[in-house]
Design a protein. Structure first.
Length: 254
């Protein structure tokens, strides 16, 4: 059920949070996750965790009906013999943080700048949250964020979280767009997987018009995934699970 990191989908999940009221205690136990100079505290974990929570409940709620009950605390529902559904979702969240920040670190190392279309989307999300704060009767965006994510939340840290999500998404698209296999590379890839393509897809090896474009996309996606895994493997993230403090908001499970 683990989803591969695709940043545009993560960006979409942010919009679902506009009307959500979430609470996550910031605590003072030190960072939950570190990598070099980067440190994730509980407030920043809140931004990621509740985005993951709403994505997960929306995407898999019907599929998991009878297995997990989203009207009850997830830390009271076993996922395995020694883990709860909250444990599972926290792992998914930390995985998203690792993947997102690995792409951010690599983009920054290469001097990659966020394109205008992603910058515009980033600014629009901020506008949406500001509008939600006004609609909800909050005095400021900070007040809305603090009601949503705990007393440590602020516009500055939330903007940083959103910026990282959009930068990682833009860099992922950049990597994929840069991969342009030649026709010969596509033919070689087809021959390497010829049996699978003939059996599973019914492709005729002699009819390139039937499969050349589709196989090109397969090769592009595989190349991208290899690059993505290589990027993530460069960065060593250390997790302090005892520092993580997850506090559901009042009424979330009612």
């Amino acid at each position: 059920m683990k989803r591969k990191w695709i940043a545009p989908a993560a960006v979409g999940c942010l919009l679902a949070l506009v009307v959500a009221c979430i609470a996550l205690a910031s605590g003072s136990r030190g960072p939950v996750l570190v990598c070099g100079d980067y440190a994730l505290d509980n407030t920043e974990l809140a931004y990621y965790y509740w985005s993951e929570y709403f994505y997960f409940s929306e995407a898999y709620g019907s599929y998991l009906d009878g297995t997990v009950d989203f009207s009850r605390p997830l830390d009271q529902q076993p996922w395995s013999e020694d883990q709860t559904w909250q444990d599972y979702l926290l792992e998914e969240t930390l995985d998203t943080v690792r993947q997102t920040m690995s792409m951010v670190f690599q983009a920054q190392a290469e001097g990659f700048s966020m394109p205008e279309d992603y910058a515009g989307t980033y600014q629009q999300v901020l506008v949406n949250f500001s509008s939600a704060a006004q609609t909800g009767g909050y005095a400021s965006l900070d007040a809305y964020l603090q009601a949503s994510y705990g007393s440590g939340a602020s516009r500055e840290s939330f903007e940083s979280y959103l910026y990282h999500a959009h930068l990682a998404a833009a860099y992922a698209d950049h990597l994929l767009e840069e991969i342009q296999p030649t026709d010969q590379e596509v033919r070689d890839y087809f021959q390497l997987h010829r049996g699978e393509y003939e059996e599973d897809s019914g492709y005729d090896p002699e009819d390139e018009d039937q499969w050349l474009d589709a196989v090109r996309e397969d090769l592009r996606n595989e190349t991208y995934q290899n690059q993505f895994r290589a990027i993530c493997s460069q960065y060593d993230f250390q997790v302090n699970y005892s520092a993580a403090v997850l506090t559901p908001p009042a009424g979330l499970y009612e």
